[in-house]
Design a protein around this ligand. Structure first.
Ligand code: SIN
Ligand code: CO
Length: 397
């Protein structure tokens, strides 16, 4: 991403990340995969794709918003009016893995903090209404123009009128911009915002995620049932993991940094003083896929077969839906850590972790890599474990 002249990634993280909005003119500085409105509409007809249509309804001077959930019939999408609706499709990166390249716009954010690429297409006047989000987001204008209005959190009130949309009452903007193709608006969590399509426009949102206390607590209970995690409200902790002190060197493919482990330990008030426990919980939570986005995977016997037999697969690529990460923990001479795939964890020695790091970087095992993995029993076992937990795409040979 092309940051403004005076700002480098370290400056962006120090001044803006998790703190305040930044509007960047022409921030999209590289050619990236594009999707046409028709292709987006086609995705919204598919059953395993999460999609929504939000309609802006204006009646007697009052505006309300209505949401319908996909999958949608072709006929519904073909009959949409000329104005006042938005179609939003989540997890484009999982369904069309080449769209992961959009994440290259934010190389200073660890990949495990990124949730998905959402694409919206709006007719003029289309909007999801004024709202706040719980997570950081980079809103990239891909086509057409959208007006963004922002205000301060203490100057808004919740609107009870729009049910599940959890909207705010319309507000007078403190700041506003007309985003043109290639502009990027970065928003930290909790900033009231309201995007309204000026003309037919497309917005690509790189949305973050951060572990939420209840999911952290339930992973802790599942993995370490004898150690009780504190009540979040009772000890006055934030509902979400936060990292306003994030450093650019923490972003390396697949890596859950040492600083992230320390932050998580502080966040849960050292209920898990042990590095290994914190790593196991954090990694399991952040790689847990949405239920409908779990890659299919072979059983253990077939996985061992593929891992052993050089005639079976010449190359392996990570599955588009696979969530993979690793953490190095300081455990004396072993110098290893954990690897995580789709919500599961596996302890790993230093050699295994090094190979996982390479895999996270290239997202594939070439014929040479596979020969190396198959030749070493510890790597062969790890390969079988990865296969049996849905790390690789076995759809095409
Ligand atoms: C959109 O793309 O229409 C809405 C994104 C947002 O406001 O969070
Ligand atoms: Co939003």
């Amino acid at each position: 991403m092309q940051l403004p002249d005076e700002l480098d990634p370290a400056g962006f993280l120090a001044e803006f990340w998790q703190k305040k909005p930044l509007f960047v003119r022409a921030g999209v500085d590289a050619p990236l995969p594009q999707l046409s409105p028709d292709e987006l509409a086609w995705l919204a007809t598919l059953p395993d794709v999460e999609s929504r249509l939000v309609f802006t309804e204006r009646r007697q001077g009052k505006t309300t918003y209505r949401v319908d959930h996909g999958p949608f019939d072709d006929s519904v999408l073909a009959a949409l009016p000329d104005r006042d609706w938005t179609l939003l499709v989540q997890d484009i990166d999982k369904h069309l893995p080449e769209f992961r390249r959009w994440f290259d716009l934010v190389p200073f954010v660890p990949d495990w903090r990124i949730d998905d690429l959402m694409i919206s297409f709006a007719a003029p006047g289309g909007s999801v209404g004024p709202h706040v989000d719980n997570y950081d987001v980079f809103l990239c204008q891909a086509a057409g123009q959208r007006e963004w209005r922002l205000t301060r959190a203490d100057s808004v009130s919740e609107s009870g009128a729009n049910g599940e949309l959890a909207l705010l009452n319309e507000f007078a903007a403190d700041q506003s911009w007309i985003a043109q193709e290639h502009d990027i608006l970065y928003l930290p969590p909790g900033v009231p915002h309201w995007g309204i399509a000026v003309d037919r426009c497309m917005t690509f949102s790189i949305g973050m995620r951060a572990p939420e206390w209840p999911e952290f607590a339930s992973a802790s209970e599942r993995l370490f049932p004898t150690r009780k995690i504190a009540d979040q409200e009772a000890i006055g902790r934030s509902l979400f993991y936060r990292d306003p002190d994030l450093q650019a060197d923490e972003a390396s493919p697949g890596l859950i940094s040492r600083r992230a482990l320390l932050r998580a330990r502080d966040w849960v008030a050292a209920c898990h003083p042990d590095d290994e426990q914190i790593a196991a919980i954090l990694g399991s939570v952040v790689t847990d896929p949405k239920a409908w986005l779990s890659p299919e995977h072979p059983g253990m016997a077939e996985s061992h077969d593929i891992a052993r037999d050089s005639g079976k697969r010449a190359e392996l690529a990570l599955h588009g839906m696979a969530k993979i990460a690793f953490a190095r923990t300081d455990n004396g001479s072993r110098g290893g850590g954990f690897l995580f795939v789709n919500g599961f964890h596996h302890s790993a020695d230093a050699v295994q972790i090094d190979q996982i790091e390479r895999l996270c970087r290239s997202r594939r095992l070439t014929a040479d890599d596979l020969a190396q993995w198959r030749a070493k029993p510890a790597l062969q076992d790890l390969l079988a474990w990865l296969l049996s937990h849905g790390a690789f795409d076995l759809g095409t040979e």
